[in-house]
Design a binder for this molecule. Structure first.
Ligand SMILES: Nc1ncnc2c1ncn2[C@@H]1O[C@H](COP(=O)(O)OP(=O)(O)O)[C@@H](O)[C@H]1O
Ligand SMILES: [Mg+2]
Length: 286
C-alpha cells in the first residue's frame, strides 16, 4: 500500500509530463447483491482521498444504484448523450467530495452495443472525460450478459467482488470462465462480508484453485471487506459509508484497497488504454 504523499507526487509528475491517461476499472460480480455498488462508491471516495480524480459510470441496467447510494437524483443519463441531446458535462452529476457520477440509464445497453456511425460523437464527448478524471470506475450489472462482458473486455482492470457464500462463489467462477484476459493480466478479487481474514483467504483460495486448474488463469487477491452492520445503516441513510461512518471497519478495509488500487494505477503492467482504447475495444467486440 502506498502513502498519499507518494501518490500525489506521482500524479503531479504525470500531469506535468503529459503521461495522463484515464484508467478504466470495472467492478463486477457473478451474483447480484454482493455489495458492488457500495464497494464502488466507497472505493471511489477513498481514491479521492488519495488525490485521484474519479468518475463512476453507473453501468447497472436494472437498478440505478450509484445515485441512490449517494442520495442524489440525476436529470439526464447516458441515453441523452448517445442521442446527442446532451453533452458529457451536462450529464455528469457531482457527488460527495467532487466524485463525478455518470448515470447510465438505458444508455448503458446502447453504449455496450455502440454502432460505428455514432462513434465520433461519443468519442468526442467521452474523450473530454480524460481531462476530468484519472480513473473511471464502472459499476457493472451482475452476471453473464453481453453488456457486462463487453465492459469487462474493454476495461484496463477488472475487480470481481464475491462473498464467501457458495452461490456467490460459483457465480463468480462462471463469470471468470467467460472473461478471457489477454496477456494473462490477473483479475483482481475482493472478498466482501467476511468475518475474519482467514475466511477471506480461504474463499479466495477456493476460487483461485478452480481458476488455475480448469481455466489456466490467474487471480490477484486485492483485499477483503469485513461484514459490518454500519454498511446497511449507511445504505438506509442514503449516505456513503465513507461519509457516514469513516471509522467503520468496512471503510478502513476499502481505504486499504484504495492504496493497492493506487499502486495499480501508478505501476501499470502496461499503459492504460484511456477512453479511446476502451471504446475501440468495445467496438472490436462486434
Ligand atoms: N461489507 C458489508 N457488510 C455488511 N453488509 C453489506 C456489506 N456490503 C454490502 N452489504 C449489504 O448488501 C446490500 C447490497 O449491496 P449492493 O452494494 O447494493 O450490492 P450489489 O450492487 O452487488 O447488488 C447492501 O444494501 C448492504 O446492506
Ligand atoms: Mg448494484
Amino acid at each position: 500500500m502506498l502513502d498519499q504523499a507518494t501518490v500525489l507526487r506521482e500524479l503531479a509528475f504525470r500531469k506535468e509530463k503529459g503521461l495522463h491517461k484515464m484508467r478504466v476499472i470495472a467492478v463486477t460480480s457473478g451474483k447480484g447483491g454482493v455489495g458492488k455498488t457500495n464497494f464502488t462508491v466507497n472505493l471511489a471516495l477513498a481514491l479521492i482521498e488519495y488525490g485521484h480524480r474519479v468518475l463512476i459510470l453507473d453501468g447497472d441496467l436494472g437498478l440505478a444504484n450509484v445515485d441512490v447510494a449517494c442520495g442524489i437524483t440525476p436529470r439526464y443519463t447516458m441515453e441523452h448523450l448517445l442521442s446527442g441531446e446532451k453533452t458529457i458535462e451536462e450529464i455528469i452529476v457531482q457527488g460527495p467530495r467532487g466524485l463525478g457520477i455518470l448515470p447510465g440509464g438505458s444508455g448503458v445497453l446502447e453504449l455496450a452495443n455502440l454502432e460505428r456511425a455514432r462513434l465520433v460523437h461519443v468519442l468526442s464527448n467521452l474523450g473530454r472525460l480524460e481531462k476530468l478524471a484519472d480513473m473511471l470506475l464502472i459499476d457493472t450489472g451482475a452476471g453473464l450478459n453481453h453488456t457486462v462482458l463487453n465492459f469487462l473486455k474493454a476495461s484496463d482492470d477488472i475487480i470481481v467482488l464475491t462473498t464467501p457464500e457458495p452461490t456467490a462463489l460459483t457465480d463468480a467462477y462462471a463469470l471468470l470462465k467467460a472473461v478471457k484476459r489477454e496477456g494473462g493480466t490477473p483479475i483482481n478479487v475482493v472478498v466482501n462480508r467476511v468475518r475474519q481474514e482467514a475466511e477471506a483467504r480461504g474463499t479466495f483460495e477456493r476460487l483461485e484453485t478452480a481458476v488455475q486448474k480448469f481455466l489456466h488463469g490467474s487471480l490477484n487477491l486485492l483485499g477483503w471487506v469485513y461484514d459490518d452492520p454500519l454498511v446497511s445503516r449507511a445504505v438506509m441513510q442514503q449516505e456513503p459509508l465513507a461519509l457516514a461512518y469513516p471509522e467503520s471497519s468496512a471503510y478502513h478495509c476499502i481505504q486499504w484497497i484504495a492504496g493497492t488500487v493506487s499502486g495499480l494505477y501508478l505501476q501499470p503492467p502496461r499503459q492504460a488504454r484511456g477512453i479511446r482504447g476502451f471504446l475501440g475495444q468495445m467496438l472490436r467486440a462486434f
